[in-house]
Design a protein around this ligand. Structure first.
Ligand code: TYD
Length: 412
């Protein structure tokens, strides 16, 4: 029996994504043999409704000196974080000498927007290389895993926070209890914690099984966020839906009764009940959709290969690791993968061992098809690579279902 990380009830498995490697561990051939794998099983807690993965690899295997994910690679995300910071500053950092703390600040793409006079900031980031990139932007960053031990040190050096923020970070933290206990100490009485994470409804509606990988231990919904918040004396006072990562929710939490609750919170809560996200059957039917999607993608790639077509992939994402390993796609079907991250180039994709090449070379590749492994960045990538479609290249997307785009129009 596997217990829920939040309420200790017994979890029910609903989707098996097979043996998976570390999603962001792009590797060299000499590492192939000893590559780390673990079973990626997705579970639902019928009591607190939290969707979570069964087993997570050790944290130091995932976050270290060569963490391959740099948040700042997308210009769309840079604009998104400017808007996020503007909202936090306008609503919650208006007092004198305000202090904002970011958990998991990565390369500082969000935190850099708080470098204003009258605002103090601190980023806590466990991966050394991205923490250094953030410091190079002039930010104060502690290269540490966030833990309750840090709380007295933060309070000693900065005092309590007016806002704690995290973007795609809370879902990475298996010890949620200790995070909430720390928030209780870190936040001023009427201060807020704002977390933006992939949203259950978008994953369910898109059949986006690629949101599950080693780092994403939880997939939040309002119902599960309500449960955790309540357990620690907090409540959700705002729920702002975002387009990022294929659909995210920005949850604003504060101590119960400190602030008025925005009507959108009730709206999303009711919508989740309407959609039956409190029932196991919904997850079982989602699992069937994911399995059909896997079969359809593999069949399409095999068909194209049998027709002698060249199919490459674009964006060496963590999501792509789940896709290629769940579907069983390797270099025999996809000879190479293009990506803009220097740390990934010249290496091979986790598990599937597809060579990763510099994205600048994509324009010269004679491929007829390209599988987009970052559907969340489709607009930005299609604009950047418009010559591919102009010369007759076709994009393959696996969400919301497997389909092919020719000149922006769906043809299958
Ligand atoms: P993202 O969806 O944030 O990845 P993940 O699933 O790992 O969270 O996409 C980031 C990756 O996509 C990163 O490896 C860089 C790549 N990328 C490009 O190669 N070109 C682009 O134009 C964009 C926006 C991303």
């Amino acid at each position: 029996m596997v217990s829920c990380r939040i309420c200790r009830s017994s979890l029910t498995p609903f989707l098996s994504l097979g043996q998976q490697p570390l999603a962001n561990h792009f590797l060299k051939p000499q590492e192939f043999e000893a590559e780390y794998f673990y079973p990626l099983e997705i579970m639902f807690c019928p009591f607190c409704k939290m969707v979570q993965i069964m087993e997570q690899p050790p944290a130091d295997l995932m976050y270290h000196e060569e963490y391959a994910f740099y948040s700042g690679t997308s210009s769309h995300m840079r604009r998104h974080f400017e808007d996020f910071a503007a909202q936090v500053k306008g609503q919650y950092l208006t007092g004198p000498d305000a202090f904002v703390l970011e958990l998991g600040c990565n390369d500082g793409i969000l935190l850099q927007n708080f470098l204003d006079p009258g605002i103090r900031h601190l980023g806590v980031e466990p991966s050394g290389n991205v923490a250094r990139a953030a410091r190079e932007r002039g930010l104060i960053v502690w290269n540490e895993f966030f833990s309750p031990d840090l709380v007295p040190k933060i309070i000693r050096d900065f005092g309590q926070a007016d806002a704690v923020v995290g973007a795609n970070v809370l879902n990475h933290m298996p010890e949620l209890d200790t995070v909430f206990q720390s928030l209780e100490k870190l936040l001023k009485p009427d201060a807020v914690a704002i977390f933006e994470d992939p949203y259950l409804h978008d994953v369910m509606r898109l059949g986006a099984y690629d949101q599950f990988y080693d780092e994403h231990v939880f997939l939040f919904s309002l119902q599960s966020m309500d449960f955790v918040s309540k357990k620690f004396g907090f409540e959700v006072v705002a729920a702002d839906h975002q387009e990022t990562h294929g659909g995210s929710m920005r949850y604003t939490l504060c101590r119960k009764g400190q602030r008025s609750v925005h009507p959108d919170v009730k709206h999303w809560r009711e919508r989740e009940i309407e959609l039956k996200y409190d029932r196991l059957e919904s997850y079982q039917s989602f699992a069937k959709t994911c399995e059909s999607s896997r079969d359809a993608l593999l069949a399409l790639l095999k068909q194209l290969k049998s027709q002698g077509k060249r199919v490459v992939a674009y964006a060496a994402t963590a999501k792509g690791t789940t896709v290629s390993n769940f579907c069983g796609i390797g270099p025999e079907l996809i000879p190479c993968l293009y990506d803009s991250t220097p740390l990934k180039q010249g290496k091979f994709s986790p598990g599937s061992h597809i060579p990763v090449l510099d994205a600048v070379g994509f324009k010269d590749d004679p491929a007829e098809y390209a599988l987009l492994l970052a559907p969340n960045h489709a607009r930005e990538i299609f604009a950047k690579e418009k010559s591919f479609a102009q010369r007759g290249g076709r994009w393959i997307l696996h969400v919301p279902r497997v389909h092919v785009l020719e000149d922006g129009k769906e043809i299958t």
